[in-house]
Design a protein around this ligand. Structure first.
Ligand SMILES: [Zn+2]
Length: 356
């Protein structure tokens, strides 16, 4: 969609001409045949560009009907774009190197460069930048440059499902240079499909002329068979991240079971609290009248109630992941409570009653 320029926009005017004025076909001179105007934003403000288009002056030449644009035009801005390369580069850098959000980029374009564009437009340019970046990442010359000092390759493959029901995106990465080599969405995770990706990885490694030291994956069947076929003799290690994640499940299950057992043992807090509250009320009545110091039985009852509150908090705590599971945290906390009770009893500070 064409950009709607406000009527009061002030443009910097620029004119470009074709440099190469000799026809490539017949070597007759090229002459200016028409003009084309276009407008776009640069970091230094809006530009109105006048392009002088040429064609071959020889009516008999096949290029007589073809117009040629000034060579410098696409160095400033791509066809149909409203943002020049400088703005485009700025935008891509903010998005992918600084991880700015699209609305943030839109706001900064307006505040800093006075470039009012919509979120949709920013997203479109971010998409273009991403495609260019991906193309550059795949450029064999660029890849060879990144690996010129490398001695070997450590490759990983993993399938990611962006959302449930979507096809799985298979990503091949090289750990040494921390580089995504390629990613492809496969409709089926069949061994044949996966092996096609592995063959592509082998072609990359061969082109770089570097040995593959090791493969790392979650060892799903298609990877195991595919790697054995495409990379015979190359070690295939289990990814430690997947290993810990797979181990976490049985650990958390065992932990959850231990928690249930502890909760069974430490119970009836409510009954203890009820008894203590009743005893405290009776003791306060017996003390008769307003007292400045609580009687010993009342103070002891408060201690018991505070222990009960602490223990209830511990039993309801569900924090902690697989590396510090909730049951283990519970056991540690309950042990501290028991030790604290023992210390109190040892110092004879405890009341006549204690929590279970
Ligand atoms: Zn010609």
């Amino acid at each position: 969609m064409a950009y709607h320029w406000p009527a009061d926009t002030v443009f910097r005017e620029l004119t470009l001409e074709v440099d190469d004025r000799t026809c490539w076909q017949c070597e007759q001179p090229r002459t200016v045949c028409c003009h084309r105007q276009r407008r776009f934003f640069t970091c230094d403000g809006p530009v109105q560009l006048l392009c002088k288009l040429c064609h071959c002056s020889n009516p008999a030449c096949p290029d007589h009907q073809t117009t040629v644009s000034p060579e410098a035009e696409t160095a400033l801005v791509m066809p149909y774009w409203v943002l020049a390369w400088d703005v485009f580069g700025w935008l891509g850098h903010r998005r992918f190197a600084r991880h700015w959000s699209v609305p943030q980029i839109r706001d900064e374009l307006r505040d800093r460069f006075a470039i009012p564009v919509s979120v949709d437009a920013v997203e479109r340019y971010v998409g273009r930048y991403q495609r260019m970046l991906a193309a550059r990442q795949h450029d064999p010359v660029e890849v060879a440059r990144a690996y010129r000092r490398a001695k070997g390759l450590i490759l990983t493959i993993d399938g990611l499902q962006p959302e449930k029901g979507h096809e799985t995106l298979y990503v091949v990465r090289e750990i040494g240079q921390k580089r995504v080599w390629f990613a492809e969405a496969l409709l089926s995770s069949s061994a044949a499909e996966v092996q096609r990706l592995l063959a592509r990885a082998r072609a990359w490694a061969e082109r770089l002329g570097l040995p593959v030291r090791c493969w790392i994956s979650d060892k799903q069947d298609a990877f195991v068979t595919g790697l054995a076929a495409e990379f015979p003799g190359v070690p295939h290690r289990y990814c430690s991240n997947h290993f810990v994640r797979d181990l976490a499940k049985p650990v958390l299950e065992a932990d959850s079971h231990a928690k249930v057992q502890m909760r069974k043992k430490v119970r009836d807090l409510r009954a203890i609290e009820r008894d203590v509250l009743a005893e405290r009320a009776a003791a306060a009545d017996a003390a008769d009248g307003p007292a400045t110091d609580a009687p010993p039985a009342v103070a002891a009852a408060d201690v018991v109630l505070e222990y009960c509150a602490a223990v209830r908090g511990i039993l309801n705590d569900n924090q902690g992941g697989p590396l510090h599971p909730p049951g283990e945290r519970m056991a540690e906390a309950l042990t501290e409570v028991r030790q604290s009770l023992q210390r109190n009893l040892g110092a004879k500070k405890g009341g006549p009653r204690r929590p279970a």
